[in-house]
Design a protein around this ligand. Structure first.
Ligand code: CMC
Length: 427
């Protein structure tokens, strides 16, 4: 017998179906609640609201589990490369050799960005934050690819996906070169996805850019770890913008803006700024822990806490280990790594953090690796965006293929009830 939940509103009972996912997560299906009872549910920040059914990413915040399409993040980070993971997320299965080769070639074929886009980027001042520039450039791509995607055509859908995967890293690299006042480079078609991103960011003049395997592997791993995280703020934004049938690029551009905030992807930049501040202040971690606990102080421990993970963030575990390895391999001795470890130790033993189940998240150690690679702090969230792109695409594709309705939440109005207009002289 199908399971139901019963809800009683003002003495009247309503039966609501219970939906169970493949990992036994339970939801009460309220799609008929308003039409039957007139009532809606209220859940600011959607802390208890499932916005969709999805087959892409599973995470269990209590147990610290994260899987893409059923594969554990630990295994993918160790054995797969970023494009393989992108394919897996978007199309549902790991690619075989020829599927991966074709995917790679199709992306290469689309990697030229229209020259007029350089005029667009030239219009920004050098002070512009790379995330603002990236969001604008992604949106501007729409002008050069005006047709909205026919989602009933698998081929058209594939072409749009390959296009954005190809052009986005070029735009990401350009945001850095713009900041540094350097020439904007095109993709080198002899290089892999990650290698070419690094070259487009760091090549100086005509001198060939020397790839460093440690840097390439670490960046590849970081991109995989960021590739999807189910219905987070930016992904929900991509899905909701796409639900109006706005194009893929417009939806992704909105996702970039959502990611920028310091409570979301912007936290990786905020973490480094915080660690620098602690260092400049003399390195007293307890002082900053106390600030974070003080409700009258707006300071929060950046890189700590997560809406879903209440035990540990499996990505943070992998990244912490990678930080030690990458810094050792690159011969970088960064004092803020020690400050970060000290801060983590103090926080994990502090009752405030224990009670609220606050642990280091993905952003806590990632910035330290980016820094060791020579990536400027303002670019950290751009790196996150490059990593998250396949997840945004996969979620957008799934939403369109499932023909989900336009996203349009309701509200409980708490403003003035009807009143008469007052002429200006009477106010
Ligand atoms: N420092 C100090 N106190 C905190 C922190 C923190 N970083 N995070 C949460 N708390 C406290 C919060 O004040 C609240 O305390 P109380 O119950 O006494 O009012 C309690 O913990 C619950 O916090 P919340 O804000 O209700 O939790 P949330 O699920 O709405 O927010 C979060 C999650 C990630 C926005 C939040 O933990 C935070 O602001 N962390 C710092 C920013 C950060 O690192 N963001 C990256 C998140 S992971 C990557 C990503 O999503 O992009």
């Amino acid at each position: 017998m199908a399971k139901v939940a019963t809800i009683e509103i003002e003495g009247k009972k309503y039966e609501l179906p219970i939906v169970v996912g493949s990992e036994n997560e339970t939801a009460v299906d309220i799609t008929q609640l308003r039409s039957q009872s007139g009532a809606i549910t209220l859940d600011p920040g959607y802390k208890n609201t499932g916005a969709c059914e999805s087959a892409i990413t599973f995470l269990d915040g209590e147990k610290g589990i994260l899987r893409y399409r059923g594969y554990s993040i630990e295994e993918l980070a160790e054995k797969a490369d970023f494009l393989e993971v992108a394919y897996l997320l978007i199309f549902g299965e790991l690619p075989n050799k020829s599927q991966l080769d074709n995917f790679y070639t199709d992306i290469l074929d689309q990697s030229i960005v229209n020259e007029d886009m350089k005029t667009v980027i030239k219009g920004f001042p050098e002070s512009a934050h790379p995330m603002g520039v990236l969001s604008s450039l992604t949106s501007a791509l729409t002008a050069f690819n005006p047709k909205s995607v026919n989602v009933d055509s698998e081929e058209e859908m594939y072409r749009a996906i390959v296009k954005i995967l190809a052009k986005f890293p070029v735009l990401a690299a350009w945001t850095l070169r713009k900041k540094k006042g350097e020439d904007l480079l095109n993709r080198d078609t002899n290089l892999g996805y990650v290698e070419s991103l690094l070259r487009m960011m760091f090549q100086k003049g005509t001198k060939p850019y020397k790839q460093n395997k440690t840097v390439v592997d670490a960046l590849d791993k970081l991109l995989i770890l960021h590739a999807d995280h189910e219905q987070n703020c930016s992904t929900s934004t991509v899905r909701i913008v796409g639900s109006s049938h706005a194009g893929l690029f417009a939806s992704i551009s909105a996702g970039v803006s959502a990611l920028w905030g310091p409570l979301h992807g912007g936290a990786n930049q905020a973490v480094i700024e915080m660690l620098e501040e602690i260092k400049a202040d003399g390195g007293d971690t307890t002082k900053f822990i106390n600030k974070a606990k003080d409700k009258d102080d707006p300071f929060r421990l950046m890189g700590f806490g997560h809406r879903v993970y209440k035990n540990f963030d499996p990505r943070a575990k992998i990244i912490k280990k990678a930080a030690d390895e990458v810094l050792a391999q690159l011969g970088v001795d960064d004092p803020i790594l020690e400050i970060a470890k000290g801060l983590e130790k103090v926080a994990l033993e502090d009752q405030y953090f224990i009670d609220r189940k606050l642990y280091p998240n993905v952003d806590f150690y990632s910035g330290i690796i980016y820094r060791a690679m020579g990536i400027p702090t303002e670019m950290f969230t751009v790196m996150f965006a490059v990593g998250r792109l396949p997840g945004w695409i996969a979620q957008w594709r799934e939403m369109r293929l499932r023909k989900e309705p336009i996203g349009r939440p309701r509200q409980i109005y708490i403003g003035e009830t009807q009143r008469k207009f007052k002429m200006i002289e009477n106010r």
